[in-house]
Design a protein around this ligand. Structure first.
Ligand code: ZN
Length: 150
């Protein structure tokens, strides 16, 4: 288990140090800003929505290792997916980081995102891990207001 934990930390650190998709896509047509006052994480998610499919996605902002890595990995996970698929993925991810149930099949379905399973042991960090997802949802719903986890 500790080997697995080390691997998880490695993946998170890698995305923190070298975030993927840290840019605004040229064709972006939806943006939303998110803020997690508990930790100070701030993120702006920009997506290019083509019909009901996320054609491209990028982000900017600054935050802790968990929030930055979660945002980076989310952008990789959702690119090319439909809004419906993304909602299903968020539901699984949310369950993984908040529930104490055995994650079972969720871990497989989440692929790399399963590295955030350890977050459930640190309730304060759950908001860091889910900030990007809440902000993404706001971008999809085109809510103009600042999204706060509080
Ligand atoms: Zn944070």
């Amino acid at each position: 288990m500790s080997e697995l934990r080390d691997l998880y930390q490695e993946v998170i650190l890698d995305h923190y140090k070298r975030p993927r998709n840290q840019r605004r896509p040229a064709g972006a047509n939806r943006d939303a800003q998110g803020h997690n006052p508990l930790c100070g994480d701030r993120v702006t998610i920009s997506i290019e929505l083509d019909g009901d499919r996320i054609k491209d996605v990028g982000f900017s902002g600054s935050g802790c290792a968990i929030s930055t890595a979660s945002t980076s990995m989310m952008t990789e996970a959702i690119k090319g997916k439909t809004v419906k698929e993304v909602e299903a993925l968020f539901a699984r991810f949310h369950h993984l980081v908040t529930s104490s149930d055995d994650p079972g099949p969720d871990v497989e379905a989440l692929d790399k995102l399963a590295v955030f399973q350890g977050v459930r042991e640190f309730p304060v960090r759950v908001k860091c891990a889910t900030l990007a997802w809440h902000t993404l949802r706001a971008a999809l719903e085109a809510k103009p207001d600042l999204i706060s986890t509080e």
